[in-house]
Design a protein around this ligand. Sequence first.
Ligand code: NDP
Length: 273
Amino acid sequence: MGKSFAVIGDPIDHSLSPNIHNAAFRELDLDCSYIAYRIPQGELKEGIEGLKKIKIDGFNVTIPHKIEMMKYLDKIDESCSLIGAVNTVTNKEGTLKGYNTDMDGFIEPFKKRELVIEGTEILLLGAGGAARAIVAGFAKEKAKRITIANRTLENAEVLLDFAEKIGSNANAIKIHDVDLMTNGYDIIVNATSIGLKKEPSPISLDGITDKTIVYDIVYMPMNTDFIKKAKEKRAKIIFGYEMLLGQAVRAFEIWHGIEAPYNAMKKALLGGF
Ligand code: NDP
């Protein structure tokens, strides 16, 4: 019998995950389907019951359910307990197990380019859910130090506590105080939501060089103002779609136990832009 998968969240209409996973099924000739299923905030419990009734084999979880979903899991993978949020779930005869593939998805583009994170100075803009997975990734890869810069300093300090708990050397500042200090960082990541609505870059990037790695996790539009400014400086660029693809590839491998067809998934994703 064919297997079925879904992504749950709200809003969900514009999710690119169905495109990516269905392309993978076509490429490997798998008898599977993947749909987007809108579950509004406050209706997660009923939504999950519905998914169990139709014997869904697995699903992705996105905004606003990534943290609340933890309550409904029977088993929790280490990636998930570390970050405290879930984005991938398997359903084995009614037993739900949660994973978080955002961390691996974020790191994947560095690996693909053979860029070394160990010993680097990091500037991380933002302190939300995605930034937490990113801090966990940088800690795992042994970055030298992470400077967390956020609009709300208190939120940066909460993430700083987490970074220190998992053994990272980190500090927290206000994003407003970054501008004159962009030199001296090997890697600069935008993990705020700035760019989604075509806003100007959150920082100037004047001090960077062609050796700086600049990574924007905002993936729509692909060329944010932050990316454009980095390109002007001929920095090494990593795009947000690469993280999106990385987490999807990892989720695919968890569900199907075989290597994901990266190129077919990438093509489907880029066709969605
Ligand atoms: P959260 O809502 O958890 O965090 C949002 C962050 O952006 C906070 O640090 C917030 O600061 C900051 N922020 C929002 N608006 C502004 C503003 N006007 N000025 C300054 N800072 C601002 O979101 P997520 O962490 O889940 O996601 C962040 C972004 O990353 C989203 O755009 C999302 O689409 C993208 N993303 C991409 C992924 C990928 O695979 N490429 C995966 C996950 C997310 P404050 O604390 O002050 O509110």
